[in-house]
Design a protein around this ligand. Structure first.
Ligand code: FMN
Length: 201
């Protein structure tokens, strides 16, 4: 995928800078099983509270199970489905609400599942693949269609695939694809020593 310029007050690792959430997928380039295994390994090695590994990912691979992939696509909000239909791989990230070792409430399950998802997205970026996490999907439908136990919360769906060559990116998607990436200033979200006291650079 092509690089987008970001402003940072200090150099950050190229891998982190290079990940962004694109939408122009190349529907003709499927992923190999080896590539998918590498993505899952990256997620697997995420840290988690008590080492409990509360994430569960359901993988929908168009190359090997197109019907199931289609069912996952059907769970997406219309605005997401329009572009996600070109992504050959969909994943559903779910978080366990129960600590497996004690049976207690796991209030870190969603935090850890996000960490595993970001690991996966960064691994994808390192492999030249594009990812896009989505909250815009019907979690209830996923729970029903994929018989997800009640203690697991569907958190996000993730698209993975190759980006289209730049000259093939057209229409609305082109405008969004070339939009500038933006973040709040550091001081808005990062505090020094007490709440709302801006971190000084
Ligand atoms: C949990 C989560 C849910 C998201 N939901 C959607 C979504 O439903 N549709 C969408 O187009 N983008 C979605 N995004 C992508 C964000 O809009 C995107 O990450 C953000 O604008 C920052 O852009 P960047 O990832 O390119 O840095 C989601 C991202 C996350 C992490």
């Amino acid at each position: 995928m092509f690089n987008k310029k970001i402003d940072t007050q200090a150099d950050i690792h190229e891998l982190i800078a290079s990940r962004w959430s694109g939408r122009a997928y190349d529907a003709n380039r499927l992923l190999s099983r080896e590539q998918i295994v590498a993505l899952l390994e990256a997620a697997r090695w995420a840290p988690s509270c008590y080492g409990d590994q509360p994430w569960r990912f359901i993988i929908f691979d168009k190359a090997t199970a197109e019907d199931d992939w289609g069912k996952a696509l059907d769970c997406l909000a219309e605005g997401n489905r329009q572009w996600a239909q070109d992504a050959p791989l969909l994943l559903l990230a779910c978080a366990d609400s129960v600590l497996s070792k004690t049976g207690d409430n796991n209030r870190w399950g969603q935090y850890d599942t996000g960490a595993a998802s970001e690991n996966l997205c960064l691994q994808a970026a390192a492999m030249g693949l594009m990812t896009h996490q989505m909250g815009g999907f019907d979690a209830k439908k996923c729970t029903q269609d994929f018989t997800i136990p009640e203690q697991f919360t569907p958190m996000a769906m993730i698209t993975v695939g190759y980006q289209l060559p730049e000259d093939a990116i057209t229409g609305d998607v082109r405008d969004r694809e070339y939009g500038q990436r933006a973040r709040n200033p550091l001081a808005d979200n990062f505090f020094e020593a007490k709440w709302a006291q801006p971190f000084k650079t």
